[in-house]
Design a protein. Structure first.
Length: 192
């Protein structure tokens, strides 16, 4: 399935400027915002975001007139990246593809928490992002189940909730989070 078939891909494409210099600034702002939100949560300073991106605050506001616009764009871009990753991983070993995608999903959850907190679940793009994520990641679980390497008594929603629950916990560092996630995923894998 091509990445452009996901609803979130259309949202991302519609928001991204077409001029190369403007697109470069837009991408730099998204990257900077993602980092700032991961470090400081929803209260990250927009001035800090602009500084990290190497642009002026006016450029930030030209691309994202409100803080909400920035949060929604970061969220949609993250989900779009997850969808593209699922497509890229789709032809690999079923178990490795599923776990690689779930590890990316766990990393995405850090940004998602800050963005979701700021938007209070009221954004219109949440449903499109959720639908896109299920359409992209669900087939990875189904493929692993058909290959006999993942339990069949669970669905994709169960799996995402398990990973989301793990990522909601405070860890000493990313290595500890990854270790706990690997332990949980061992429970998803069928006996070899």
């Amino acid at each position: 399935m091509p990445a452009t078939s996901f609803p979130v891909s259309e949202i991302v494409a519609a928001r991204r400027p077409h001029r190369k210099d403007a697109a470069r600034n837009y991408d730099a702002l998204l990257t900077a915002a993602r980092e700032a939100f991961a470090e400081h949560g929803a209260d990250a300073s927009l001035e800090d975001v602009a500084r990290r991106a190497g642009v002026g605050i006016g450029t930030l506001y030209r691309n994202f007139p409100t803080r909400r616009d920035l949060f929604e764009s970061v969220y949609a871009d993250e989900v779009n990246s997850l969808c593209r990753a699922a497509v890229d991983l789709g032809e690999g070993d079923p178990w490795e593809a599923l776990t690689a995608w779930l590890n990316r999903f766990a990393g995405y959850m850090v940004t998602k928490r800050a963005v979701r907190e700021a938007l209070d679940g009221t954004s219109d793009i949440f449903q499109s992002c959720r639908d896109s994520m299920y359409a992209a990641g669900g087939p990875l679980l189904e493929r692993a189940q058909r290959a006999g390497v993942a339990r069949t008594d669970m669905d994709f929603g169960d799996l995402l909730r398990m990973v989301a629950g793990i990522t909601a916990t405070a860890f000493e560092d990313d290595a500890q989070r990854d270790r706990v996630l690997a332990i949980a995923l061992d429970g998803v894998r069928t006996a070899r």
